[in-house]
Structure formats: C-alpha cells, structure tokens
Design a protein. Sequence first.
Length: 383
Amino acid sequence: MTQKQKKILFVDDDVNLLGVLRQLMGHFAGNTWEILTAQDVSKALGCLQEHRIDLLVIDIHMPLVDGLQFLNLLQRKYPNILKVVLTGDATEQHRATCLSSGAEFFLEKPRDEGGWHTVYATLHELTRFQQEEGFHGILRRVGLQDVLQMECLARNSSLLKISAGSVQGSVYVKDGQIIHAQCGHRAGEDAFNYLLGLSGGEFDVKPFTPPPTQSITGSWEFLLMEAARQRDEGADSGVPFGGADEGFPTPVAVPSSERHTPAIVPVIESATRISSEAPLSPQAERLKAEVSQPRVDELLVCSLQGEVLHEWQCNNTNGRVGFMEFLSQKARQLARGLPLGDFDRLEMDCADCRVVAQIQSDIGLFVRASAVKTEASSGSMQP
C-alpha cells in the first residue's frame, strides 16, 4: 500500500531560502512529502484554501503580516493544522509568544546541512502523529468530559491543553488512561477536578509527551464521575466552581400533549415515595414524623444520544446529560457481563435527597428529590 504524501507548507519572505528548503527537505523526505512554499501570508492563505495542509512552517519576520500575527489568525481559522516556527531570531520572548499562540515547536534556522537534517527529523516526527483516516472538524460548546471520554474510549495517547482566562492546565492521557493533571500549584486528581469544574474556556488536543510524573492511577470512568459530582455539589451550593457562575436556567413549560409522562411517572413516584412497609427504628420513626411530602428539586428527560427533551430546574444540564450517557454505556456493559438481566435504573439515597436515574431503550430520566421538614402532624406519609 502506497503511503500518502504529507503536504508541508513553508512560509518565508526569503526566496533563496525557500529554494534551499525545497532542495534539502525534498532530499531528506524523498517521496513522502509534497513541499509547498509561499512568500507571504496572502499566498499562504490561498494555498490553505486549495490544499489540505498537514504542517505549516512559518518565519517570524515577514512584511505586512508577520509570523506572530499569522499564528493568531491560524488559531482562529485553522486550529487543527500543525504549526512550527522556524526563525533566525530565536529569542526567549519570541519563543514564549509563539508557543502560547499555538505553535507546536519553535526552531532556530540552522547554518549547515546537519542542522537542517535535525529540523527535518523534528518535522517528520511531528507529522507522524496525524491520523491518515477519519473525520476532521471543530467541536463547539463541548465539555472537557466529552473530549476525555472520547480519548479514553479510543485508547488514545494525547496531551489536553486547557485554558480559561488566566488559568492554564494540562491533562495527560496514555493508552486510554488518565495518568497526570497539572494546573498551577495543583497536581493529580486535585488539578483534574479543578479543570473539569471550569464552566468554559478553550482546549487543544496535542500529541502525547511524557508528564513529569504519574500522579493519577485510578480508572478514567471513576475520575469523570467524581469530577462531575464535585462540580454538581459546587453548583448546588451556589458557590461558583473554577471561578465561574453558571446561574440557573429558566424552567421550560411543556404542553401536556407533548410530555413523556407515561414512561416517567413510575420513576417520579419511586423517587418521591417513602416506604412504610418495613418496621422502622425509633430514630427513623422520628425522622419520618418530621417529613412532609418530598419535593422534586430537578428533573431531566433526554434521549440516549444527548438530546434534551425536557428539563426543569437543572442547574447543570450538560453534566446531567453526560452522566446519563455514561450510565447508558455502563448499563450495556453490565448487562453483557452479569447474568442478572438488563440494568435499567440507578437509585442513590443521600443524607438530604434521593436521586433516581432510569435508562430505557431510547430515553433517559434523571430526578433529584429532597425531603421538606415540617412539624410532625401524623405518623403516616402521603405519596
């Protein structure tokens, strides 16, 4: 099977250097690279429209639009293209600016053929990380938990760079397992939970590089669930997690003819009912006497593909939908692995609330209810 050629675009205002690059890089790469050149940003943008470029190599000092401005433009318009800066002005200030603007590497122009071979070897290794097959595109308004779940399920090795204002962090994934997270002075699960608690920002999936240490050993499924739990607790308490206030969405009024009540009424009753069939301890009897009709605090109905069909007072809709999708996947795994029949419902009793999540063939329901304490009026409960 013939290997597909990589398209490498060199952008530099020095015509003589572009000629040297064509000759040397063509010699090193053989027929594995198709080398394209452009003398300015305008010609480079035209080339990007005509070809699917695998790697851009950019000089800093160019007329009209310099390399730094070009990097910022590329980050907005072509964020998935690999970018490398190759310059003769290799100052630390330029290095920091270029790397923070999306460049994968910052290289100095060599002065001999041996140095050019090192440049080629670096660029060659970088292009090897790109997949030959599959879809390419940009995901908008996607959660970090979704990205990490995709990386782990695919057993990828990658470095997830995360930024939100002044916050900068990294999550390392190796062979589908999360092995390290770093954010400022935080590290390990503390950094991971903090980053997944951010309400918005930007991320960039980069080729995997070994972390300074392996600070995380638990399963990625547990890590995502624990991060979602901590985020929900922060939202329920009204304390912004990660420095952002998400607020509460307005309840949605759904006409009675459009409600999916037949499928969800039994679950709501289960979530709001306190059974009195079994004998209770004296302490439980006192607690029961202090409780009136339980109150449904939030309700979410969604398809198993993540489409919200109805929600009421959900303070973290994306988190709830992600949890239901995760639960649906685990339900299928449990059904295959255990001879106990289909797994279709999860019930959780907490100190001050009860959560019921039900999975059906095409729909999922999430209900959280709490008990409202009042003065004791009788020893029995009404559903």
